[in-house]
Write a protein that binds this ligand. Sequence first.
Ligand code: CA2
Length: 147
Amino acid sequence: MNKVIYIINGPNLNLLGQRQPELYGHETLRDVETKCRSVCADGFDVHLVQSNREGQIVDWIHEARQRACGIVINPAALTHTSVAILDALNTFEGPVIEVHISNVHKRESFRHHSFVSLRAEAVVAGLGLDGYEAAVRRICALVDRRE
Ligand code: CA2
């Protein structure tokens, strides 16, 4: 059976490819899912989801506890505010990697703090959409190493 990596995306990321391409690129989340699937190691698959609601993201993290071997998460603005997402991630046993499309450290100071970083094995910021692929490759390596 395939080992599934959940790729969870937060508020406004459904607009990828439609607005602010200078900051967030020209590709859509579906493009991200296809590219991530193509870089998975043998025996792995990805499941990409997006919501504008914090509670839905918490629910998907709970679902991942049973169904996923790792989580790649871009919580978007909730990165900087959500203790609920951090608490949910702390109940997940596999590796977690936090992704930001933009370099949050080059932006406003309120984007410099992340609750999710307290749980993440790694943080990728500023690689554009390539950051998702880097995170998926790393999760595959970490999961294979743990087995
Ligand atoms: O750089 C990132 O990936 C962010 O997580 C993006 C968030 C921002 O609040 C974080 O500080 C950094 C914003 C997501 C907005 O997504 C859009 C996508 C396309 C067009 C407009 C917004």
